[in-house]
Design a protein around this ligand. Structure first.
Ligand code: PEP
Length: 245
């Protein structure tokens, strides 16, 4: 399975932050894993120019489900592709919460991303209360089924427990392994056993815990928020992923 280290800058960074791409490119080249950086919209074009010809690819953090039109403040998948983005995160829990994005809205974004030639990075995950109630598998299973269009192929899935995002908390290694084994099984059922969908873990991944998480079966890398903002934090994660190849 292809291994990915994906950095989600969220609403952080500026033009000067793009300087870190040089160090990330060096870490990527040494590790041999796939690296994607997802900066805020205004930085996308400069980021694609800065990463051109390197092994680091650029993604966006969301997209509108339509190709164009009267939607003030939104950005289409076509435009993301036009400025050189190759990936787009969809269904991140912060978008689901802040912008009330439902599974069906996420599904429509997925389709627009594919039509534009982008690879969707679909995020799913349970709340703390859902985990405490023993509903993790039920919740992520129904999110996955409702967020995927029929015949979905060639995407990335990120399992992100909502309570682990930006909190420094992570599930136990056994809990992560259990969810990833379930997702591998479910993706084989939905998309076919030869579909080769990489499944990433996301939520408080750092240089100090990355190697243990990456060593788990069915974990094909990480979606990284806070620790993707500085090369000194992100490059060791890329390196750790390279070591499990
Ligand atoms: C995320 O926002 O996708 C994320 C995983 O954030 P963090 O690494 O900061 O928990």
């Amino acid at each position: 399975m292809r291994k990915f280290a994906i950095g989600n800058w969220k609403m952080n960074g500026n033009i000067a932050s793009l300087k870190m791409l040089g160090e990330v490119q060096a870490a990527q080249a040494l590790s041999g894993v796939s690296v994607v950086i997802c900066p805020p919209y205004p930085l996308l074009h400069a980021a694609t120019l800065a990463s051109n010809g390197s092994g680091v690819e650029i993604g966006a953090q969301s997209c509108h489900h339509l190709a164009n039109g009267a939607h003030t403040g939104d950005v289409s998948s076509d435009l993301l592709a036009d400025v050189g983005a190759r990936y787009v995160i969809i269904g991140h829990s912060e978008r689901r919460a802040d912008h009330h994005e439902s599974n069906s809205a996420v599904c429509a974004q997925f389709q627009s991303a594919k039509t534009a030639g982008l690879t969707p990075i679909l995020c799913i995950g349970e709340t703390q209360a859902e985990r405490a109630a023993g509903r993790t598998i039920e919740v992520i299973s129904s999110q996955l089924k409702a967020s995927l269009p029929p015949q979905a192929q060639a995407f990335i899935l990120a399992y992100e427990p909502i309570w682990a995002i930006g909190t420094g908390l992570i599930p136990s290694l056994d809990e992560i392994a259990q969810v990833h084994a379930f997702l591998a099984h479910q993706l084989a059922e939905i998309c076919g056993s030869d579909s080769k969908i990489s499944v990433l873990y996301g939520g408080s991944v750092k240089a100090s815990n990355a190697a243990q998480i990456f060593a788990l079966p069915h974990v094909d890398g990480a979606l990284v928020g806070g620790a993707s903002l500085a090369a000194k934090d992100f490059c060791p994660i890329v390196t750790a992923l390279g070591h499990v190849q």
